[in-house]
Design a protein around this ligand. Structure first.
Ligand code: AHR
Length: 517
């Protein structure tokens, strides 16, 4: 049997988790909005068309902030199409997802939905087909109290009070050729700066995120961040990161190890942002907004999964069905985010419903939880507090990272991947210390002994595991509870030492009562 040892100390802190670390994403994409959060006529829908069963699952999942309306969609979006009397709103071609956008759900409906779901809104502006002028107009519409054309238009539309949106994304993935009106780093850096200036002149209380690279694999990764921040540094608070873990190679050990590349990605972006600061002799620190992250590969490349012919409204695209191994890789991503709580101050699981999502629905039918629902719920429920540094001594394995484009020269060996991936969060208000632990060994139990220093004698609050004998098992409409957490037995506590046996290929949460808190 394999054994790992961990030391954590109450005085050695990485940082506090910002509530915005537990965000998600709703894009006008497939059935995320239409048939997802919004489905007038659904048996559980309220008078506004918000699906009650989905809202209940969203509340259980507990995201804190929701990014909207895209994604690739935003780079061709005219926000004016989605406000005002619904019967007058135009139908438009959406070139991001080859769909027809009916515009029956728009900015104001999103604000109402956020209130119903008790989440903060995060809006993205269109810096693709539009630009800084459109960004300032949308901000005036949303945040200006009244007495101007666009703020009065909002009031005339029935929203007397400003929406008060604080967090804004300056476009989306502007480095990607798939983006409507992609930009070079210099072009984007310039328009992002000008948009930021105009927006902050209207509302200086807002916070802005500039687009970073759309993935660590982009050929321009690194130089993009450097150039963009060289332009925007004085005008933005955040730079964004996007990652979708994949198992194209059908190699589970490699897939589970690939979550660790999120750690590298975060640390590299921090280094670049701080280098830009250093060149200016600036004490300002740009924070990271990991505003798209998830597992996504089954419906990413195949045309029938990605788009449907005939420009349909809300086609069932990107409806990735997540299995047990996806939940494990996803859990690894959660741990990467928690362990960088000092610099990743905002993050959005992409996405929320139906399109690469933890919640699935049938249009007109039920809603259910996918496997990835559970690690996210754990992270959001129990990840609030101070993330502690961990000294991990774990048996390791060797694997390979496969470049998702299939180019072997960009694949590389990953030696010394620890079977144990871990994060520890101290919640002073609750007097709890929570261990989040992933066992990446597919065949063997991993015994973990953790010394939790500085809290005095510990006692067990609650412990559960997510585990399934079949790594390809999934939750479906007919078997919605095939994968679900179960109690984790046999946790032994002696003074400040916790000994636990983690099942092969399992995600685990151990909540300790810490009197010393
Ligand atoms: O989340 C799905 C898509 O992935 C988003 O629209 C885009 O930003 C990214 O490429």
């Amino acid at each position: 049997m394999k054994e790992a040892h961990v030391i954590v100390d109450r005085d050695f802190v990485i940082g506090d988790t910002d509530p915005r670390l537990f965000g998600a994403f709703v894009e006008h994409l497939g059935r995320c909005v239409y048939g997802g959060i919004y489905e007038p006529g659904h048996p559980t829908a309220d008078e506004r068309g918000f699906r009650g069963d989905v809202l209940a699952l969203v509340r259980e999942l507990a995201p804190t902030i929701i990014r909207y309306p895209g994604g690739n969609f935003v780079s061709g979006y005219n926000w004016e199409d989605g406000v005002g009397p619904v019967e007058k709103r135009p139908r438009r071609l959406d070139l991001a997802w080859m769909s027809t956008e009916p515009n029956t759900f728009g900015t104001n409906e999103f604000m109402n939905w956020c209130r119903a779901a008790d989440v903060e809104p995060m809006l993205a502006v269109n810096l693709g087909t539009r630009g800084p002028d459109d960004a300032r107009r949308l901000l005036e519409y949303c945040n200006f109290p009244g007495g101007t054309k666009l703020s009065d238009l909002r009031r005339a539309h029935g929203w007397e009070k400003p929406h008060g949106v604080k967090f804004w994304c300056l476009g989306n993935e502007m480095d990607g050729p798939w983006q409507m009106e992609m930009k070079t780093a210099t072009e984007y850096g310039r328009i992002a700066t000008e948009a930021a200036k105009l927006m902050k002149w209207i509302d200086p209380t807002i916070e802005l995120a500039a687009c970073g690279s759309s993935s660590r694999n982009m050929p321009t990764f690194g130089s993009w961040e450097d150039t963009v921040l060289e332009h925007c540094f004085d005008h933005v608070e955040f730079i964004s990161l996007h990652t979708y873990l994949n198992n194209y190679a059908d190699d589970t050990p490699s897939f589970l190890a690939s979550a660790d590349l999120m750690d590298s990605f975060i640390e590299e972006v921090v280094a670049i942002a701080d280098a830009v600061a250093a060149r200016r002799r600036s004490a300002k620190r740009i924070m990271l907004s990991f505003d798209e992250w998830n597992v996504w590969y089954r419906t990413r490349r195949k045309n029938e999964g990605r788009t449907k012919l005939g420009w349909p409204v809300a086609p069932p695209i990107l409806e990735e069905v997540y299995d047990m191994q996806d939940a494990l890789a996803f859990g690894g991503a959660c741990l990467s985010l928690l362990n960088h709580a000092d610099r990743v101050k905002s993050a959005c699981l992409a996405q929320l419903v139906n399109a690469i999502a933890p919640i699935m629905t049938e249009t007109g039918g039920p809603a259910w939880r996918q496997s990835i629902f559970y690690p996210f719920r754990d992270m959001s429920r129990f990840g609030r507090g101070r993330v502690l540094q961990t000294r991990v001594s774990s048996p390791v394995y060797t694997t390979v990272y496969y470049d998702p484009r299939g180019t072997s020269e960009l694949s590389f060996p990953m030696p010394d991947v620890p079977y144990l991936k871990l994060a520890v969060v101290d919640n002073l208000d609750e007097g709890t210390v929570t261990l989040f632990a992933l066992n990446r060994n597919l065949t063997e139990t991993l015994t973990v002994e953790t010394q939790v220093r500085g809290f005095g004698a510990l006692s067990l609050g609650e412990a559960h595991e997510l585990h399934h004998g079949d790594l390809k098992a999934t939750n479906t409409k007919d078997r919605p509870d095939e994968i679900k957490p179960a109690s984790l037995e046999g946790v032994e506590i002696t003074g400040d030492r916790v000994r636990v046996r983690l099942a092969p290929a399992s995600w685990n949460v151990i909540r300790l009562s810490a009197r010393g808190n």
